[in-house]
Design a protein around this ligand. Structure first.
Ligand code: Z5A
Length: 213
C-alpha cells in the first residue's frame, strides 16, 4: 500500500495596506519549510505572469481609472488564473500555499470599500476561485493611517494607496465583518505589535490547524 499523501492547503494573510502581510506571509513560509513541509509563497494580484500584467494595470497611477465593476473583474481575472495555474495544482500535490491577499480582499475592498453589491461580488468570486478556499486566514488589523504611513515609508503611493482615508476605514471594517462572520476560519491579530511576536503566533496557530486538518 502507498504511503498516505500529505494534504495541501491554502493559508491567507489579509489586512489593510502596510499591516505587515508581506512580512508575515514570508515568515510563515519560512516556519512551514523549517517544519519540513513544502510551502509556497504567492500573492494577489500578481501570482502568475498574466497576473503581473493585471497588477500593473490595477495599481498604475497614470492611464484611465477603471470603473469599480471593471476593477472587480480584473482582480477576479487575476484570481481565476492564479487558482488554476498555481494555487490549485500546488495544493493538489500536497503543498501548503501561503497567499498574501485572496478573496477576503475582494470582499473588503470592492464590496465594503467601493460599495459594490456584496452578494454579486461573492457569486463572481466563487466562480473565479472554482472551489479553492483558505483553510485558515490571518487578518492583520491596524489603524489604516498607521498602515499607510508604513507603506509610504517604503516607496511612492500606488493608485489604491492614494484613495481617501474613509475608503481605507471601510476596508478595515470590511475585514472585521468577515472575521466576525467566519470565526472558525479567520484569526484577527493586532498588527501594531512587534513583527516577531505576530510571526510566532501565526506560525503556532497554522501548525496546530494543519495538524488537525
Ligand atoms: N486589492 C483589491 O482591491 N482587491 C483584491 O481582490 C485584491 C487586492 C487581491 C495591492 O495589494 C492592492 O490591491 C491593495 C488592495 C488591492 N491596495 N492597496 N494599496 P498589495 O498587497 O500589493 O498592497 P499593499 O497592501 O499596499 O501591500 P504593502 O504596502 O506591501 O503592505 P503589507 O504587505 O501589509 O506590509 P509589509 O510590506 O509587510 O510592510 C510594510 C512596512 O511596514 C515595511 O517597511 C515593514 O518592514 C513594516 N512592518 C511590517 N510589520 C510591521 C510591524 N509589526 N511593526 C512595524 N513595522 C512593520
Amino acid at each position: 500500500m502507498s504511503a498516505r499523501r500529505a494534504r495541501g492547503a491554502l493559508l491567507t494573510v489579509e489586512g489593510v495596506e502596510g499591516a505587515g502581510k508581506t512580512t508575515q506571509a514570508a515568515r510563515l513560509v519560512e516556519a512551514l519549510a523549517a517544519s519540513g513541509r513544502e510551502a509556497l509563497l504567492t500573492r494577489e494580484p500578481g501570482g502568475t505572469a498574466l497576473g503581473r500584467d493585471i497588477r500593473r494595470m490595477l495599481l498604475a497611477l497614470d492611464g484611465e481609472v477603471p470603473a469599480p465593476e471593471a476593477e472587480l473583474l480584473l482582480y477576479l481575472a487575476d484570481r481565476a488564473q492564479h487558482v488554476r495555474r498555481l494555487v490549485g495544482p500546488a495544493i493538489e500535490r500536497g503543498a501548503i500555499v501561503v497567499a498574501d491577499r485572496f478573496s477576503d480582499s475582494t470582499i473588503a475592498y470592492q464590496a465594503h470599500g467601493r460599495g459594490l453589491p456584496l452578494e454579486t461580488v461573492r457569486v463572481i468570486d466563487d466562480f473565479a476561485r472554482g472551489g479553492v478556499a483558505p483553510l485558515l486566514t490571518f487578518v492583520l488589523d491596524l489603524d489604516p493611517e498607521a498602515g499607510l504611513a508604513r507603506a509610504r515609508a517604503t516607496g511612492p503611493a500606488d493608485r489604491l494607496e492614494s484613495e481617501e482615508i474613509a475608503f481605507h476605514r471601510r476596508v478595515r471594517e470590511g475585514f472585521r465583518a468577515i472575521a466576525a462572520a467566519s470565526p472558525g476560519r479567520v484569526v484577527v491579530l493586532d498588527a501594531s505589535r512587534p513583527v516577531d511576536e505576530i510571526a510566532r503566533e501565526i506560525a503556532s496557530t497554522a501548525m496546530r490547524r494543519l495538524e488537525g486538518a
